[in-house]
Each structure stands twice: as structure tokens, then as C-alpha cells.
Design a protein around this ligand. Structure first.
Ligand code: PLP
Length: 376
């Protein structure tokens, strides 16, 4: 029996050897490669975990407890002025799980379709979810700061289970016109999945969602990991077209996909904590500014992102890289040079697609005092 699909190495594992070298050389690593939040989660989350009454230990509802779903609904109303009812919201075990499994589930509903559309430069799980389900991944480019939708032929659209967009985008930090994309979803009768896990980290104004009263062909995905530094409790949600949400809930129930009860309780508290996020936003923005200064001092041109907590830095050829000829791509050369000369680990842009060969991504996920030392 032969398998066509060859599982690639997990991107961040490719940094392990370099990480060890940095630790040996500097006695520590400032790891800004993976976007793992480092700040403490809100007290409300810890309190919820410490005050369990026992009822949370039984089998939890796969679709999300009514307490969690109503907290998500209230949070959305506060954030974007739209209060979805419970038929429009489902819970997931972190959004990576949801994104990785969605194509396979949608394929059950539309067996004649065989493609997922998503950004060429992106969070790798959009493509991985398609591949894990044996589907094609059709890339779209971002042109002049917006996903290029007009290039999609009707034939590709008809074959596609969904189209992913991500705004604020990982890794580029771009923010898109989501209203235009929602109109496209309706006109073309194509399900658009809008990954909004950085929704609160918009540096140009208010949070923007694709959701509105009319959620036809729309799903928005939200995560607690980045808003509440709660990646470890594994809670996310999907909201939108009630028919699609209803189908996903049923399949996910059959598959036993459920957030543990204590996490559901803690997550409800986290979604209701509206003050904490303001502090966290200020923290990330300050760190982005510090890191921008640090990388400018190294000689790279750096722009602050429109949203998210990443710097996406365009690289240049440089004589300092001469000893690193064993690496073909500029992103790998610079990742090594930065790590071995400063003790800072970043992600080579190629992790996010071919278009990232000449970039590195820097996540503002080390404590601010530590980052200050870099520019002292
Ligand atoms: C764009 C994007 N979507 C989804 C996720 C997954 O987050 P989680 O599974 O913690 O909800 C990430 C994590 O880095 C991300 O960058």
C-alpha cells in the first residue's frame, strides 16, 4: 500500500538544533519564533480552575456549555456590536484543531468537492487541514494589501469546500476589507472561513470581524489563546452560518471532540474579562516597538504591522551572511545569523510559504524587560 501524502517535518522542530547552539553560546535563548504567549493569564481563569464544584469533571458538552456559549456571544457583542444566538456558535478545542479538521468534516457534506482555497503566505494549518483530508490546496495571493479573489475561476470555486482568510494576518499583520470578502462569499455561494484569532490586536482602530447580522456562507474563528494568554486550556470557537455551524456541531459530537469541563468554565471567565485585554494590547505594542528598534539597529528595514503581534521583516543580502553559504534561502541565513550573534531565535519566512523566503517573522513573546536588554 502506498501513501501519496508525505508528512513534512513540523516547522518549528526545524529550529531545535539552532536553539541548542544558541543556548550553549549565550546560556539562554530569547525565543521569538513560535507565537506562544508568555504573559500570565487573567486571574479569573486561575480562579475558575481553583473553584471547581465537581460537575465540570463529567463528560462536557461537545458544542460548548451554555455558560461558555453565552460568554462568547456577549464578548462578540462587546467587540463588534453583533450578538449571535447559540445556534450560531460552537466551541472547539483550540482553533488549530478546528482548522485542521474542518476540511475533512466539510467533505462529508460535499463529497463532490476536493479543494480548499487559502492564502499562499499563511498559518500552515490551512493547507495542512486540506492535505490531511486528502484535498487540494489552491493558493491565493495578497495584492495591494487585499486577498486577490478575482483570479479565482468559477471552476475552482465550484470545487472548493471553503476559502480561508486571516485578518489580522499571520505572519504579515495585514488587515483586510472583510465586508468585501463577505459579499464575495454570498455572490459566489462559497463558504468563507475567517480566522480572527488576533482580532483584538488591531493597531489602527477597532476590532474588525467578518460577522454581521447576515452570516450566510460565513464562519468566523476565534481563539482564547492569544487574547487571554490561555493557550494551555485549549479553547476556541466558530461562529456564523447557522446551517453550517449546526452540521459541524453534530459531526464533532459524533467524533467526541470536546473541551474538558474545567477549561470550559475557565474560558467563560476569560471571555468575560474585558479589562485584561487592554493591558495585554499595550504590552504587545510596546514590545513590537522595542523589537523594531532592535532589528533596525541590526540594519534591517522594519515596519510595524497593522495588526497581530508579529514583525514581518523583509531581508537584504549582506556581507555578514558570507559564512552561511550552506543555506540557500535568505530567511535561513538571517535566522542563523540573528540567533548566533544576538541569542534571539526568529522564524524563517519559508515556514509560512514560498513567498516568505526573503522574510523572517518575529513574535513579540518574550517579557518586556528581557527585550529592553536587547536595545540597552
Ligand atoms: C492564524 C492562526 N490561527 C490559529 C492559531 C491557533 O491557535 P489556537 O489553536 O491556540 O487557538 C494560530 C496560532 O498561532 C494562528 O496564528
Amino acid at each position: 500500500m502506498s501513501y501519496k501524502f508525505k508528512l513534512p517535518q513540523y516547522p518549528y522542530d526545524q529550529l531545535d538544533v539552532l536553539k541548542t547552539k544558541v543556548a550553549e553560546k549565550f546560556g539562554r535563548v530569547i525565543d521569538l519564533s513560535i507565537g506562544t504567549p508568555v504573559d500570565p493569564s487573567p486571574e479569573a481563569v486561575k480562579e475558575a480552575y481553583c473553584n471547581l464544584n465537581g460537575s465540570e469533571i463529567g463528560y462536557p458538552p461537545s458544542v460548548g456549555s451554555s455558560e461558555l456559549i453565552s460568554a462568547i456571544s456577549d464578548w462578540l457583542e462587546h467587540l463588534i456590536g453583533f450578538k449571535p444566538n447559540s445556534t450560531r456558535i460552537g466551541a472547539c478545542i483550540g482553533t488549530k484543531e478546528f482548522i485542521a479538521s474542518l476540511p475533512g468534516i466539510l467533505k462529508l457534506k460535499y463529497p463532490e468537492k476536493d479543494t480548499v482555497i487559502g492564502p499562499a503566505l499563511a498559518y500552515p494549518t490551512y493547507e495542512m487541514g486540506a492535505r490531511l483530508a486528502g484535498l487540494n490546496y489552491e493558493e491565493i495571493e495578497v495584492v495591494n494589501g487585499e486577498p486577490e479573489l478575482t483570479g479565482l475561476s468559477d471552476e475552482v470555486i465550484d470545487r472548493s469546500l471553503c476559502l480561508y482568510v486571516n485578518s489580522p494576518a499571520n505572519p504579515s499583520g495585514e488587515i483586510y476589507d472583510l465586508d468585501r470578502i463577505a459579499r464575495f462569499a454570498k455572490e459566489k455561494n462559497l463558504l468563507v472561513v475567517s480566522d480572527e484569532c488576533y482580532i483584538e490586536y488591531n493597531w489602527n482602530g477597532n476590532a474588525k470581524s467578518i460577522l454581521s447580522q447576515d452570516c450566510k456562507n460565513i464562519l468566523a474563528v476565534h481563539s482564547l489563546s492569544k487574547r487571554s494568554n490561555a493557550a494551555g486550556i485549549r479553547v476556541g470557537s466558530y461562529t456564523g452560518d447557522a446551517e453550517v455551524v449546526g452540521f459541524l456541531k453534530e459531526v464533532r459530537k459524533h467524533a467526541g471532540l470536546m473541551i474538558p469541563g474545567p477549561s470550559q468554565k475557565a474560558a467563560a471567565a476569560a471571555f468575560r474579562d474585558l479589562e485584561y485585554i487592554q493591558v495585554q494590547k499595550d504590552t504587545y505594542f510596546k514590545r513590537l516597538e522595542i523589537l523594531a528598534e532592535f532589528f533596525r539597529e541590526i540594519g534591517l528595514e522594519v515596519q510595524l504591522p497593522q495588526g497581530s503581534f508579529y514583525l514581518w521583516i523583509k531581508l537584504i543580502s549582506d556581507s555578514r551572511l558570507n559564512g552561511l553559504d550552506q543555506y540557500d534561502d535568505l530567511c535561513w541565513k538571517w535566522t542563523h545569523w540573528i540567533a548566533l550573534n544576538t541569542g534571539v531565535l526568529v522564524s524563517p519566512g519559508i515556514f509560512y510559504g514560498e513567498g516568505g523566503r526573503d522574510y523572517v517573522r518575529v513574535a513579540a513573546v518574550a517579557m518586556t524587560d528581557l527585550l529592553m536588554e536587547l536595545i540597552a
